[in-house]
Design a protein around this ligand. Structure first.
Ligand code: C2E
Ligand code: MG
Ligand code: MG
Ligand code: MG
Length: 292
């Protein structure tokens, strides 16, 4: 009906819109119930030093075991939650859960920093820094540096001054910040300049095709150079194969994360994975090509 009306025609009542709003509300209700019923859980993906094999962190990635739809990835439900205060509730759950996990690992003698993805909505939440401080107090044995916030580069930051303040407060508490999906947004350089991020995560889109796309190779070189100039650490996402790792190491990027190293896994599997995992021998031999 709405489609037939054509472009530019004004309609007082759009049945399709009404239907989708109703189903959105249903879905938001489902998320709330899902939280109550523990349908959400986190997987952890290792971040490593590709040369030494050292585990440098683990990124918490949200999953939803939906009773009817099965296992859902964040891309399937976060976009519609992002516009709703429920995102703050869910984000808070993720922070709590990830910190509890870091504390468990700490107890077991595994000192692994956890990285938590923070959505743009959460970054505009006024009490976020206070909330993080509260959560860290629950685990006084855990150094605050054990928490890293991954800030989405594409998450349009409406109020950059406010977000900068918020992140500065977090950094003063000892929490670290990284710029996620770096290079994909329109404000990469502004964010690099303004936000107190110690690490830049090169978006996987530039890494995946780098072996056969000269443009992506140039972008990767540019990002690495920029990160060096700003004295930020760089980690590459999307290290899918040994060849990707080789090229990155050649370019002087030692830190990596990707299916070629490990897929996201349950927290319980991570210690055993780390016991077993060794970088491919060809990685250890590579020395970086001196830049200029
Ligand atoms: P991200 O933060 O950039 O996370 C990396 C995504 O790439 C993850 O997808 C991961 O499973 C996937 N990945 C890792 N290595 C490889 C690889 O080698 N190849 C390919 N093709 N993919 C790889 P996932 O778990 O579906 O998450 C997608 C995005 O959803 C995340 O991107 C992040 O922006 C968001 N997200 C995930 N968990 C949370 C959360 O707890 N809170 C918020 N706000 N966002 C989250
Ligand atoms: Mg991330
Ligand atoms: Mg990313
Ligand atoms: Mg991403």
């Amino acid at each position: 009906q709405a489609k037939l009306a054509g472009k530019g025609r004004f309609q007082l009542f759009d049945p399709e819109h009404d239907r989708s709003m109703r189903s959105l509300h249903r879905e938001l209700d489902r998320v709330e119930q899902g939280l109550d019923k523990s349908e959400f859980f986190l997987l952890y993906q290792p971040k490593v030093n590709m040369r030494s094999g050292e585990l440098i962190g683990a990124e918490a990635l949200l999953r939803w075991q939906h009773p009817e739809l099965g296992l859902l990835l964040p891309g399937q439900y976060l976009p519609f939650i992002e516009g709703h205060s429920l995102m703050e509730t869910l984000g808070d759950w993720v922070l709590r859960e990830a910190l509890a996990q870091a504390a468990k690992w700490h107890q077991a003698g595994l000192e692994i920093p956890v990285s938590v993805n923070i959505s743009a909505r959460q970054l505009h939440q006024l009490d976020l820094a206070g909330r993080i401080e509260e959560l860290l107090k629950l685990y006084p044995e855990l150094p605050s540096g054990r928490l890293e916030l991954e800030v989405l580069e594409t998450g349009a930051l409406e109020d950059l001054a406010l977000v900068t303040d918020l992140l500065n407060t977090c950094v003063r508490m000892g929490v670290s910040v990284s710029l996620d999906d770096f290079g994909t947004g329109y404000s990469s350089l502004t964010y690099l300049k303004r936000l107190p991020a110690s690490t830049v995560k090169v978006d996987q889109s530039f890494v995946q095709d780098v072996l056969d796309a000269p443009e992506d190779f140039k972008i990767l070189l540019g990002i690495l150079g920029m990160a060096r100039a700003f004295e930020r650490q760089v980690i590459a996402e999307g290290v899918e194969t040994i060849e990707h790792g080789k090229l990155l190491l050649r370019l002087g990027c030692e830190f990596g994360q990707g299916f070629g190293i490990a897929k996201p896994m349950p927290a319980e599997s991570l210690p055993a994975w780390y016991q077993e995992w060794r970088p491919p021998p060809s990685w250890a031999e590579l020395s970086p090509i001196p830049s200029n």
